[in-house]
Design a protein around this ligand. Structure first.
Ligand code: IMP
Length: 182
C-alpha cells in the first residue's frame, strides 16, 4: 500500500503526539462536564479511539454515520444521515469528532441538526482541516493539522473503503483515483 502513496504527510508518531495534545486540551476544557464524544463514521473511528484514551474526564461515546461522498474524491454536496443518534443530547456538551474537515458541508448540516436537539454546547474536533476547500462556513474548536488541498488516506481515512488501516496519513497518488474514477 505504501507504493500507492505520493508522499507520507504525518507519521504514526506525529499523529499520536498531536492526539495527545488535543486530549490535554479537551481534558482541561471539559473538566466536570461529562461530554459526549460523537464520532462521525466511518472515517473518525481510529482517531476517536486514540483521542478518548488521552482524555482524562468522564465521557460518553456515540456514533452517527453521514454520507456525502460516493466512492470518488469529490463531494456531491448532498448530505444524508445513514445512522442517527440513539441518545438524548438535550442539555449535554457534545464534541463532534471528525477525521477531516473538507468542504464543511457535512459538519454544517450536522451542526444544525444537533443544535435542534438543544444540547448545552456543540463543538467540533477534527484531526485534519483543508481550509482551501471550504464551501460552508464551519470552524473547528480543535484542529490537529491543517493540510493542503490533496486527497489523503490512512488512520481511518479511505479511498473507496481502502487504506483505513494505515497507521500513517499519506497523499494518494492521483493515478490511483484517476484509474478508479474513469
Ligand atoms: P466535507 O463535507 O466536504 O467537509 O467532507 C467531510 C468528509 O469527506 C470526511 O469525513 C471524509 O469522509 C471525506 N473526505 C474529505 N476529504 C477527504 C480526503 O482527503 N480523504 C478521505 N476522505 C475525505
Amino acid at each position: 500500500m505504501k507504493n500507492d502513496m505520493a508522499r507520507i504527510l504525518f507519521t504514526e508518531e506525529q499523529i499520536l503526539e498531536k492526539v495527545r495534545d488535543l486530549g490535554v486540551r479537551l481534558t482541561e476544557d471539559y473538566k466536570g462536564k461529562s461530554p459526549i464524544f460523537l464520532g462521525v463514521l466511518k472515517g473518525s473511528f481510529v482517531f476517536l479511539a486514540d483521542l478518548m484514551r488521552q482524555v482524562g474526564v468522564s465521557c460518553q461515546v456515540e456514533f452517527m454515520a453521514v454520507s456525502s461522498y460516493g466512492s470518488g474524491t469529490n463531494t456531491t454536496g448532498a448530505v444524508r444521515i445513514t445512522k442517527d443518534l440513539n441518545t438524548d443530547i438535550e442539555g449535554r456538551h457534545v464534541v463532534i469528532v471528525e477525521d477531516i474537515l473538507d468542504s464543511g458541508l457535512t459538519l454544517h448540516y450536522l451542526l444544525r441538526y444537533l443544535k435542534g436537539m438543544n444540547p448545552a454546547s456543540v463543538r467540533i474536533c477534527t484531526l485534519l482541516d483543508k481550509p482551501e476547500r471550504r464551501r460552508a462556513a464551519v470552524d473547528a474548536a480543535y484542529t490537529g493539522f491543517q493540510i493542503p488541498d490533496a486527497f489523503v488516506v490512512g488512520y481511518g481515512l479511505d479511498y473507496a473503503e481502502r487504506y483505513r488501516n494505515l497507521p500513517y496519513i499519506g497523499i494518494l497518488k492521483p493515478e490511483i483515483y484517476e484509474e478508479c474514477d474513469a
